[in-house]
Design a protein around this ligand. Structure first.
Ligand code: DL6
Length: 823
């Protein structure tokens, strides 16, 4: 069903102005003469919040009256970014606010810069969750996001002497105008303790968990405004607090500090986001975080369900679907079983029947180090009853496996939730597959590999359960809001409703060869490049030429994403220019943004190396008319919004088979950047959409990667065969880039030669370098490039997150839209 386009919110400029001033006076206790930009930001948010709250009220009333089935998106991460600009856009009030603030002598763009990013996520899956809840609200679907109200989100990255330094993120130090505390919905969560086995009157065995610790979960609602401003769903984030508040006895006995200990322990749960994206941390606190938000959220769902249906569980599966964003919330499966069996006293089969119709699970990675496994001993200590339930689930599942593969112990060992070994481990991926009715990967290739390599026997056991839903991005944030100049140009050509129907961008294709349109399109790109150049100047202190190719690689720093492949190539260009000052290349600025997990040494070494190479090149007058390197610190959503519109080239160069999907690839192409990439993740689908002429594909395919590895990959062969590879790797060992510190960059060379080059950087180097020469050639042909850029934008319709959500709704969630109307 098409979402409703016309706007519901009508507030004019003078009303908006009055609301802002009123909040300046009455909410903030200041006035127009004294207010700084931060105060103006808060007052503008509060003015918006009036509209937002009304939207939430109407939405919740409508959903309640219609007794709607809803999706509950469980995610340990939501990488929301800033909200003011997005909310203004989605309510259709951006221009109204701009004009209103202008009349007050204030610049909206300055005010927008005051907002700290809500960085409650690491990267891919967290930002995906944020795009999905935007689409859900836009498509008027009953939905709620559930997560953790981290006091500190992803660390702030500083670069000192080239190295990454982590600083705490404090997104709500000065208050956050969007969040609404809901003390009426506080929940209590149990931890630790022991399980008592009892016999009920009818001889039924009953289990009672006697917890050792109880914490409170306080819900904070963040509004999620759909485009058009009709449906305003919420993201409900749980903050942990001690349930006992304060130990007065200890305090009175003189233990001033000890009296606080319980509070501090309880509050630690939601204190900080774990900064790892593709490695499981295996820490007790992490498991507690996961259980904490799942338990609070399930109680919240059940409270709402019972308000409408009392103790009748028969309709639960009609009303509730829960999407598990990766395995982080997988503990919700045994928790729901515990509630149904121990609390509601349903028998096991009935409870399992409900459970396996409620949960669906999305896998986001195949990297073995990212697949969560918890020591059974840890689970036993923190959640003793849950471990029992997991054993029971597994016991029954093993019987099912035995029916399909009688007597095959090897298959049982592979499929078991419990991994036997020195230490018994609970495999959360297996639990998620067994406890869910649908399992999806996030791009065609990834989903195929999930079936073939990760869970092959599960696919044989339950054909059809494993499926694909290709990721998407919200075009509201990732084009309409972040690239206003291009949006306006597009409006003129295809009409203004493309943010709701992204396929309409195909209407641009017919102008791809039109010289006037090409000029206009590239003029917008040039303006955006100027804005980014100003950002680079402010942040890094040097100028970049906006006629150069802006070559952008923005994503987490990980060996499989191969930022070091790009680095080797940059060093090679530098070397070519030094050897031959007339070396023919179009000027290029390589621009990076990336955070490394604080404990990931090699990733941090790569950041250091990029910065050190950048320092040298940027200060070398012999080459810096043609080559510059900019590593912009603290990559985050709001910085991405500035980098993406300015990119000419999008680097998507992961080892084939390793990047599940990628979503930066979609954002960059949507904004007219041309991809240089491997046949990995969603790059493949992007290539299908834009066609071979409008993308630069290079490198080994998944099958070739496997063959090469099977035949015994020898990175030294490439080192000895290719003099350029040898030269740049040897260069890393000198003190050329790190004067006085020879060997400071040597770990990269070691990883590629002595440690086996796990991600085949050297094997793909030559193909990458050749593909970059093709990029250079194509860019010099202005018309050809403009055409490619336009076609990239035109062909991104498939990658709207509305399409992903439609896939989930139709094939997995079976949800109906519930329009919210005036009144
Ligand atoms: O599905 C969203 C996103 C993908 O686009 C990326 O390819 C993938 O790397 C990322 N994974 C994560 C961390 N995974 N775990 N666990 O964010 O998911």
């Amino acid at each position: 069903k098409k979402p409703n386009v016309e706007r519901d919110v009508t507030i004019n400029k003078s009303e908006f102005k009055a609301a802002v001033v009123r909040h300046l006076h009455c909410t903030l206790g200041t006035d127009e003469n004294k207010a700084n930009n931060h105060a103006w930001w808060k007052a503008t948010c509060s003015a918006m919040q009036e509209q937002v709250l009304e939207g939430i009220r109407k939405t919740q009333k409508t959903h309640y009256l219609n007794d709607t089935r809803a999706v509950h998106y469980f995610s340990a991460e939501f990488l929301m970014g800033r909200l003011l600009s997005n909310n203004l856009q989605n309510f259709g009030l951006f221009d109204v606010a701009n004009d209103a603030l202008n009349e007050l002598g204030v610049s909206l763009s300055d005010v927008l810069e005051e907002e700290p990013d809500m960085a409650l996520g690491n990267g891919g899956l967290g930002r995906l969750a944020a795009c999905f809840i935007d689409s859900l609200a836009t498509m008027e679907l009953p939905a709620i996001g559930y997560g953790i109200h981290y006091e500190h989100g992803l660390f702030r990255q500083e670069i000192q002497g080239g190295a990454q330094i982590e600083r705490p993120d404090s997104w709500r130090d000065y208050g956050n105008p969007w969040e609404i505390c809901r003390p009426e919905s506080i929940q209590e969560v149990s931890l630790y303790g022991y399980v008592e086995t009892k016999y009920g009157e009818n001889g039924r065995i009953q289990k009672e968990w006697h917890p050792g610790h109880i914490v409170k979960g306080i819900p904070w609602d963040i509004p999620v405004v759909g485009y058009g401003g009709k449906t305003v769903n919420v993201l409900r984030l749980w903050q942990s607090k001690s349930s006992g508040y304060f130990n007065w006895d200890v305090f009175n006995a003189g233990g001033y500090v000890d009296a606080q200990v319980e509070n501090v322990q309880a509050e630690t749960i939601s204190k900080v986001l774990y900064p790892n994206d593709e490695t499981e941390a295996g820490k007790e606190l992490r498991l507690i975080q996961q259980y904490f938000f799942c338990a609070c959220s399930l109680k919240d769902i059940i409270r709402r369900y019972k308000r409408a249906h009392g103790d009748d569980w028969s309709r639960f599966i009609d009303q509730v679907v829960i999407q598990l964003n990766d395995t982080h919330p997988a503990i919700a499966i045994p928790e729901l079983m515990r509630i149904l069996v121990d609390r509601a006293e349903l028998d096991w089969d009935q409870a399992w029947g409900i459970c396996t119709k409620v949960f669906a699970y999305t896998n986001h990675t195949l990297l073995p180090e990212a697949l969560e496994r918890w020591p059974a001993r840890m689970l036993e200590k923190i959640l003793p009853r849950h471990l029992e339930i997991i054993y029971e689930i597994n016991h029954r599942f093993m019987k099912e496996v035995d029916k399909k593969w009688p007597g095959d112990n090897a298959v049982k060992a592979r499929l078991s939730i419990i991994e036997e070994g020195n230490e018994k481990m609970v495999r959360m991926g297996h639990l998620s597959v067994i406890g869910s009715f649908a399992v999806n990967g996030v791009a065609e290739l990834h989903s195929r590999l999930v079936k073939q390599n990760l869970f092959p026997e599960f696919d044989a056991l339950w054909p059809g359960k494993l499926t694909n839903v290709t990721n998407g991005i919200t075009p509201r944030r990732w084009l309409k809001a972040c690239n206003p100049a291009l949006s306006k140009l597009i409006d003129k050509k295809v009409g203004a409703d493309w943010p709701l129907e992204l396929k309409k961008l195909e209407g641009l294709e017919k102008y791809a060869g039109n010289k006037t349109f090409q000029k206009q399109f590239m003029q917008v790109k040039q303006q955006n490049k100027q804005l980014l150049a100003a950002e680079i100047k402010e942040s890094l202190g040097f100028d970049v030429d906006t006629n150069a190719i802006f070559d952008v690689q923005i994503k987490r720093l990980h060996e499989y994403k191969r930022q070091h492949l790009a680095l080797l190539h940059i060093m090679a260009l530098y070397r070519r220019l030094l050897e031959n000052p007339d070396y023919d290349m179009h000027p290029r600025v390589f621009i990076f943004g990336a955070k490394a997990a604080p404990g990931y040494k090699l990733a941090k070494d790569i950041i250091y190396a990029i910065n050190k190479v950048a320092d040298k090149i940027n200060n070398d007058a012999r080459v810096n008319q043609k080559l510059k390197v900019a590593f912009l610190p603290n990559y985050r959503v709001s910085l991405a919004e500035k980098m993406i519109p300015a990119a000419d080239v999008s680097e998507q160069i992961s080892t084939a088979g390793k990047e599940a999907s990628g979503t930066g690839n979609m954002k960059l192409a949507l904004n007219g950047a041309v991809t240089i990439g491997t046949l990995d993740g969603a790059n493949i689908e992007i290539a299908e959409e834009v066609g071979d002429d409008n993308i630069f594909i290079f490198g080994l395919t998944v099958d070739e990667v496997n063959e090469l590895k099977a035949s015994g990959y020898k990175p030294y062969d490439y080192y000895y065969k290719n003099p350029e590879i040898k030269a740049v790797l040897d260069w890393l060992e000198t003190d050329y880039f790190t004067p006085g510190k020879p060997g400071a960059l040597a770990s990269i060379k070691q990883s590629l030669l002595d440690h086996g080059d796990q991600y085949l950087v050297l094997a793909d180097y030559e193909a990458y370098s050749k593909a970059q020469e093709e990029v250079d050639k194509a860019y010099r042909d202005k018309e050809r490039w403009a055409k490619m850029a336009i076609i990239n934008t035109a062909k991104m319709g498939k990658f709207t997150s509305d399409r992903s959500i439609r896939d989930y709704v139709e094939r997995i969630w079976k949800l109906n839209a519930c329009p919210v109307r005036k009144g």
